[in-house]
Design a protein around this ligand. Structure first.
Ligand code: 9MR
Length: 339
């Protein structure tokens, strides 16, 4: 759809994203579908959802013959009803600190058996949501969380470095139309990891693996992001001819700093401005209300990382997002002049 050149002054954030021709997404769990305050705000603000947890192997396929499709089915139905896109997160994710891959998979040491389990998992999930989930994190966090090496996951231990290309190939066979992504954390915080991510994507593309997109998660733990870092990373990845998106943005505040909400708004503004100027077509936030955020469990309460407060009231960060999208909608001809 060609973006319209002007958005009405009273436009919702969602309308502005549409007018700008970009995807504005949020993560959500199926259990929040029962909270109308949550769904009303979401529908008015976003154009896409990502299941926060319900699609992870551990949840959707906990035993070899047990499938738990209900929560994702509900999310996909909700999305369709409200004309939202859906991003699939994530087909493979193994990290020892996070139990996203079930033990029965981690117990498979035979390469052919593991390939069979991967193929069955990827194919069953992707075929079920064929045409309804248009882009997928095929592999989440292939690199070390803090470090710049390829993470030595169970899949890599058994199958070698080729497991990434193999997984992408299985996904392409399961759904030829879907966009296939890898998704990585802390690359915007650790320069050596940014280099490693670019090298990894470059290698996959050079080997002919079906890689269509790279996600930069952007959990901005420091509360700010150094100017130019997001633009630089997006440009380097986009130069490989893959789509680049911010996929899990949140910005915990530094509670003792002066004007924490203004600093947070500025950080959202920088992330939006740099990502879109450097060629992103999507920014997805990891939730949208401080009432429901993984950051409470990870960094402790009170870090309020999202653009709506605990009572779903818009914060300065939402205004910053609105202004960036309005500017982009006005600049829908893409000449960088705002008109
Ligand atoms: O927000 C998610 C949290 O509720 C889960 O407990 C956790 C483990 O499955 O995953 C969180 O989401 C992560 C995402 O899937 C991948 N990137 C990092 C996110 C924050 O940990």
């Amino acid at each position: 759809v060609a973006p319209s050149t002007t958005a009405p002054k009273s436009a919702s954030v969602r309308e502005l994203a549409d007018a700008a021709g970009v995807i504005l997404g949020t993560a959500m769990s199926a259990e929040l579908l029962d909270d109308p305050q949550h769904t009303d705000t979401l529908i008015e603000t976003f154009t896409s959802i990502t299941p926060e947890n319900d699609l992870k192997w551990e949840f959707i396929h906990p035993e070899p013959d047990a499938w738990n499709f209900g929560p994702v089915d509900r999310l996909v139905d909700f999305a369709e009803e409200h004309d939202l896109a859906v991003k699939g997160h994530a087909l493979l994710w193994h990290q020892t600190a996070v139990h996203a891959t079930p033990d029965w998979v981690l117990a498979i040491d035979d390469p052919d058996e593991l390939r069979t389990a991967m193929r069955e998992h990827i194919t069953t999930v992707m075929e079920r949501y064929d045409g309804r989930i248009d882009r997928w994190d095929v592999v989440n966090e292939p690199l070390q969380t803090v470090g710049a090496e390829v993470e030595d996951t169970h899949f890599r231990k058994v199958l070698g470095d080729g497991y990434l290309a193999e997984a992408l190939g299985m996904a392409r066979q399961a759904d030829v139309d879907a966009e296939l992504c890898i998704n990585e954390t802390t690359a915007e915080l650790i320069p050596a990891k940014a280099d490693a991510l670019v090298r990894l994507a470059e290698g996959l593309v050079a080997d002919g693996a079906p890689l269509d997109c790279v996600g930069i998660q952007a959990h901005l733990f420091g509360g700010t992001v150094e100017e130019g870092v997001i633009a630089g990373l997006v440009e380097r990845l986009a130069a490989l001819d893959v789509d680049v998106a911010i996929t899990e943005l949140d910005v915990p505040v530094l509670p003792d700093a002066p004007d924490p909400l203004e600093v947070q708004a500025d950080t959202y503004r920088t992330a939006f401005a740099e990502c879109f100027a450097a060629g992103c077509r999507e920014i997805t936030l990891w939730g949208f209300t401080d009432r429901h955020t993984w950051i409470d469990g990870y960094l402790g309460p009170g870090r309020a990382p999202l653009p709506f407060d605990e009572d779903y009231r818009p914060k300065p960060a939402l205004e910053a997002i609105r202004e960036e999208l309005a500017w982009l909608a006005d600049d829908a001809d893409g000449d960088g002049t705002g008109g």
